[in-house]
Design a protein around this ligand. Structure first.
Ligand SMILES: Nc1ncnc2c1ncn2[C@@H]1O[C@H](COP(=O)(O)OP(=O)(O)O)[C@@H](O)[C@H]1O
Ligand SMILES: [Mg+2]
Length: 410
């Protein structure tokens, strides 16, 4: 209610920002970590977040493997039970899947404390950690700070919106941020790409927007620690039409997030490939728009149409909306057309274009069919590495934004 509660992470004294981190040695300082594991990102002092995120992701990948092993163990036990009707004595029951929790306990404090320190934020307490992402529990209120809501939008299809939403979210989650992905595209690619089972999709974005169910009721955990999803349900395709007659039709998502998203650090909205009511809901709910852009011939024209829409939304519906950044996707530096368009976009949008361009990389396209983010599928591939660097740029920009708003307020 009070205006003295600005959005974004809590203020920090300038001296705690951007600490000069000593390079982390590529040795397994964490118990259980295989010796000689090559670090995917070189540990340099100017890329501490990327390095930490990569490290944390390797541990997440191990956690995913442990989870798969535990599930296989469970399935084997269930099969054995079906074949043998006599109850299994307690002593013979499969051991609880301790590996996952143990790994999280090992990985989370180290990676999170350092990443938070690098981002100049309060280090969460162990009490905060009690709600691990894939435990099935909803996150609990921690700071009372507003989440940063980023709409990932481009009216063109196939430019990398979903891939960016899923992998940027994973990298942010690996840095200890609590992240919610909202799948606002009726095609449901983010939902499928994160391996959300059919029975988990009974409630989702449609029910939230049209039936008014709460965010907490519709949100599901993902296999990535610290990351949740508001899935798409098949009915969402009809929502465009149904929204037209509803009250506050452009504000439905905003209202739902205002009531229920306080527990997250970041909310990333994966928009459909159109500028219709669903995308409008995303832009009205968001603080900013992140635009994935494929460097092809019509890219700039599409971008200017998107910019006009953003300006219109800003003028009439959401005065704080801004372009957070433009990220070049599926970039091929051997293509002269790619290079030419990239330099035109940089000339036009200046430093709003991220330094990191996401390369075209086959592992990125393979990952969704396995139901996991590319960052967990192959953290070493060039595409995953680029998303880790993008996440560190996004965090840096967010830190700059908080710094600017603090100095503006002073
Ligand atoms: N960096 C990349 N390298 C190779 N393929 C990619 C990359 N990014 C996305 N893709 C693939 O391109 C297709 C479109 O990407 P997607 O993220 O679904 O776009 P959008 O959400 O904008 O429609 C998908 O098949 C995806 O797997
Ligand atoms: Mg998509």
């Amino acid at each position: 209610m009070t205006s003295a509660n600005p959005p974004g992470p809590p203020p920090v004294p300038p001296e705690t920002q951007e600490p000069a981190l000593a390079p982390v040695q590529p040795t397994p300082e964490l118990p259980g970590f295989p010796a000689g594991m090559p670090w995917p990102v070189a540990p340099t002092p100017d890329r501490p977040l990327a390095h930490l995120a990569a490290k944390s992701l390797l541990l997440s990948a191990k956690a995913a493997a442990a989870r798969q092993a535990a599930a296989a163990q469970k399935a084997a036990a269930a099969r054995a039970l079906a074949a043998e009707p006599a109850p299994i004595p307690a002593a013979a029951a499969p051991a609880p899947p301790a590996t996952e929790k143990t790994l999280e306990k090992i990985a989370a404090p180290a990676a999170q404390a350092a990443a938070s320190a690098a981002a100049g934020e309060r280090v969460p307490t162990t009490e905060d950690e009690s709600t691990a992402g894939d435990s099935g529990a909803k996150p609990i209120a921690r700071t009372g700070a507003q989440p940063r809501i980023i709409a990932i939008a481009n009216q063109k299809g196939g430019v990398g919106k979903t891939t960016t939403a899923v992998n940027l979210a994973t990298a942010l989650a690996a840095c200890g941020k609590r992240v919610l992905i909202i799948d606002l595209d009726p095609q449901g690619n983010a939902t499928t790409g994160l391996g959300i089972e059919r029975e988990q999709r009974k409630t989702g974005a449609y029910e939230l927007l049209i039936d008014g169910i709460s965010l907490a009721a519709a949100t599901k955990p993902t296999s990535v620690p610290n990351m949740w999803i508001l899935p798409t349900t098949p009915d969402l395709a009809g929502a465009e039409i149904e929204l037209i007659d509803l009250e506050r039709r452009e504000f439905r998502l905003r209202d739902a997030l205002a009531a229920g998203a306080l527990n997250y650090d970041f909310v990333l909205i994966d928009c459909p490939p159109s500028l219709t009511l669903l995308t409008l809901n995303a832009m009205v709910a968001a603080d900013c728009v992140l635009v994935p852009l494929q460097c092809e011939f019509y890219a700039l024209e599409g971008l200017s149409q998107l910019t006009k829409t953003i300006e219109r939304v800003k003028k009439h519906l959401n005065p704080v909306l801004e372009i957070q950044g433009v990220v070049l996707t599926m970039f091929d530096k051997r293509s002269s057309l790619n290079e030419q368009v990239a330099s035109d976009v940089r000339a036009h949008f200046g430093d709003r274009v991220y330094d990191t361009a996401i390369p075209r990389n086959v592992r990125m396209a393979e990952a969704p069919s396995h139901g996991i983010p590319a960052l967990l599928y192959d953290v070493r591939c060039a595409g995953s590495q680029a998303y880790i660097l993008l996440a560190s740029e996004v965090l840096k920009r967010e830190l700059g934004r908080v710094g600017r708003s603090l100095s503006g307020a002073a």
